[in-house]
Design a protein around this ligand. Structure first.
Ligand SMILES: [Zn+2]
Length: 266
């Protein structure tokens, strides 16, 4: 029986554009938690229609307690909360899975395709991997590559979808939000779910090899923090060099060491 792994974030959920809409304590939140759930359920259903019998959904936003479990299909299990493992938003993934779908993903800190663009934390102004602005999707795609599991589909803002298309042309993308500055144009919420379901159904039938994310030979990382004091403190992580008042660099050829560093420094 084929198994799908879904990593679900929120800042690329259809219609979302303000931090209040992503935070449990806010009145604006429940509607977007519902839409996030709807999009995850649509991804599950698409895979199921294509023959997947099992899905593990990692709730991967903030508290990791956003998705409404009863609204997922019965063949889906959900992993809520944080396990403390460097896999973080991908916790629960291993090489026994047949494919991965990312829902609700958003572009990197330092980009302009989503009012909520960031990379792991708001205290990082930008992160670069091998000279390129790095998103959460980038880090998580490297985890997918490390486990050898193909990435079949990504949903979220147009910018992150374009990035994935460039890196992995056979991965299907479903842009639901089109951001500019502090604004976002979005699809009709049910239309977003409809597109996700249909796209995932097609995508998971592609040849596995065609959707494996490329693994780089080395990881040259630069991180710029908002606060110089934080950069100084984190500069004591083994192997890290401070290259400016707010800037650190780190280099390794070992993917898991890269992830371990990211786990502590982001
Ligand atoms: Zn998030």
């Amino acid at each position: 029986m084929k198994k799908l792994f879904v990593s679900a974030d929120m800042e690329g959920t259809c219609g979302i554009m303000h931090w209040n809409e992503t935070e449990r304590s806010h009145a604006d939140y429940p509607y977007f938690a519902m839409q996030m759930t709807r999009e995850v359920a649509a991804a599950c259903e698409g895979a199921h229609e294509a023959g997947y019998g099992e899905v593990l959904v990692k709730d991967a936003h903030d508290s990791a307690r956003n998705i409404i479990p009863i609204a997922l299909p019965e063949y889906a299990n959900i992993l809520r909360g944080w396990g403390g493992h460097p896999y973080c938003m991908m916790y629960g993934l291993d090489s026994t899975f047949d494919g991965i779908v990312f829902t609700g993903y958003h572009n990197a800190a330092g980009t302009d395709s989503n009012p909520l663009a960031h990379t792991m934390t708001l205290s990082v102004l930008e992160m670069r991997i091998n000279g390129e602005l790095a998103s959460e999707l980038h880090i998580n795609s490297l985890i997918a590559a490390y486990e050898g599991v193909p990435i079949y589909a990504v949903t979220g803002d147009e910018g992150i979808c374009a990035w994935m298309k460039e890196k992995s042309p056979n991965t299907t993308v479903v842009p639901v939000n089109f951001g500019m500055g502090g604004a976002t144009r979005s699809l009709y919420p049910m239309e977003a779910a409809k597109r996700i379901r249909a796209a995932v159904k097609q995508a998971v039938q592609r040849p596995r090899e065609s959707c494996l994310f490329p693994m780089p030979e080395r990881f040259q990382v630069e991180i710029v923090y908002r606060e110089h004091a934080q950069a100084r403190k984190l500069s004591f992580y083994p192997g890290v060099r401070q290259t400016g008042a707010r800037e650190l660099t780190y280099e390794t050829t070992d993917c898991f060491e890269f992830l371990r560093m990211a786990h502590f420094l982001l």
